[in-house]
Design a protein around this ligand. Structure first.
Ligand SMILES: C[S@@+](CC[C@H](N)C(=O)[O-])C[C@H]1O[C@@H](n2cnc3c(N)ncnc32)[C@H](O)[C@@H]1O
Length: 433
């Protein structure tokens, strides 16, 4: 590949003025994704949906590059730092981060990584990007090795919170966040274990990270849906639900609604966000499953009837899903946690009111922050709920996730040989009477 000097003269831009296909669609899309998250504070998934109609191949490759940048941002910046005399504009820094990620983490051949990142920046910065990335190609791997990457790639406030909650395991958690998560599928009951999948003890089918879901026969047949093994636990822990009236609060995109409906429950799925309700309905249709879908604020919803069981998968900081959503550490702020914890407490009270006497509630969050898990479970007694501890036989292979109180606390560093799992908190209660 040619260096910047051999390129034709004229204005440089990653995207042609005509608005047509950019010169390097994959890198150009990766730059758009990184910029959306880091400069505009938009969710990576939202940014992916907003990409111009790039080919599917470009989207997947761009996602992979952007995810690598977001996962290792602190380390990449530390490698770039000594090579920069002054702070470049954000667009240029992000192009450098992409180049460094390709060189150091994604094994892109140096000439391709350097030339394509030079292409991404305005002409006056081409020389800088070329020179810096050539040095990263030459020296970056050695620098990277010397760094405390686990710490650099974890925002300080998360590191301290996890250190307080989990002690030295904070390092293993941070290490787990470096790798993309495997693809986990929940299966309709009665579906044969799909070929090529590792069947996990709790019934989830697991494929290596990067597996294309559309190519899995059970998914194509509408008998399976993507759901992390930990995310599949809360609905399972509601127990036998066939023929029961179950409210699924905060339901979209519907992974847990699908589990409950597939298990034979009469489900009312409550979700506030109209756009996400669309996704929930699409998913149920694809899976040929039925549920009543209600657009409402679960904190104020009053259906005038009580339920045998309620599943509350409350909105949270999502710090348990960083492996799948590497944008989370760059979007969340410490102040989000108490705000969300307040909302969770309100939702638990509302959920308790929906239960018939003797009915059961499962509360779950995909967060590693104790304020959004253990603290909520402790406070739930104030809503008149009695504990209904989870038993070890309900968590095959996951004894280490069971707390002395009978709650479930999963973390990304558990099950390291099988590829880990998302961080979730789950607690079960019964309404006395
Ligand atoms: C963790 S996600 C739920 C994931 C879902 N249970 C699943 O398994 O696919 C939380 C959801 O709660 C919704 N939500 C947030 N606040 C809500 C509220 N007050 N009432 C109803 N839904 C709410 C969000 O729009 C989001 O879709």
């Amino acid at each position: 590949m040619s260096s910047s000097r051999s390129r034709p003269s004229g204005p440089r831009s990653a995207r042609p003025a005509s608005g047509g296909r950019p010169r390097n669609p994959t890198r150009s899309a990766a730059l758009a994704l990184v910029t959306a998250v880091l400069e505009r504070h938009r969710a990576l998934e939202e940014a992916l949906d907003a990409l111009p109609a790039a080919e599917a191949r470009d989207r997947a490759a761009a996602h992979r590059i952007a995810a690598a940048v977001l996962r290792r941002l602190g380390s990449l910046d530390a490698v770039l730092e000594p090579l920069l005399r002054r702070e470049p504009p954000p667009e240029v820094r992000n192009a450098l981060r992409i180049g460094a990620a390709e060189l150091l983490l994604l094994d892109t051949p140096p000439h391709a990584a350097v030339a394509s990142c030079v292409d991404l920046v305005p002409r006056p910065f081409a020389g800088l990007v070329n020179a810096v990335l050539r040095r990263v190609a030459a020296e970056g791997a050695a620098t990277l090795e010397e760094l405390d990457g686990e710490r650099l790639d974890t925002p300080g406030w998360l590191w301290s919170a996890w250190h307080t909650a989990y002690g030295p395991a904070v390092r293993a958690i941070a290490r787990a966040h470096r790798l993309p998560a495997p693809l986990d599928l929940s299966l309709r009951p009665g579906t044969a274990p799909p070929e090529g999948a590792l069947m996990l003890p709790t019934g989830t089918a697991r494929y290596p990270a990067g597996t294309r879901i559309a190519e899995i026969a059970a998914f194509a047949a509408g008998d399976a849906w993507a759901q992390d093994v930990a995310a599949a636990l809360p609905a399972r822990l509601l127990g036998a639900v066939a023929g029961q009236r179950v409210a699924d609060l905060c339901a979209a995109p519907g992974g847990k609604t699908a589990q409950l409906a597939a298990a034979g429950a009469e489900v009312v799925a409550v979700e506030r966000d109209a756009h996400r309700i669309g996704r929930l309905r699409e998913n149920l249709t694809r899976l040929r499953l039925a549920a009543e879908v209600v657009q409402a604020d679960a904190a104020a919803w009053n259906p005038g009837a009580q339920f045998d069981a309620v599943l509350l998968d409350a909105p949270c900081s999502a710090t348990g899903t960083i492996r799948r959503h590497p944008d989370v550490p760059h979007l969340k702020r410490p102040g989000d946690v108490p705000t969300l914890a307040g909302l969770q407490a309100t939702l638990i009270q509302a959920a308790a009111k929906l239960l018939r006497p003797g009915g059961r509630l499962v509360f779950a969050t995909c967060s590693l922050q104790p304020e959004e898990g253990e603290a909520q479970a402790r406070a739930a007694f104030a809503s008149g709920l009695a504990p209904e501890p989870v038993r070890p036989d309900e968590l095959p292979g996951l004894d280490s996730a069971l707390t002395p109180e009978g709650w479930v606390r999963t973390r990304p560093d558990l099950w390291p040989e099988q590829g880990g799992l998302d961080g979730f908190f789950v607690a079960r209660f019964r309404k006395p009477g």
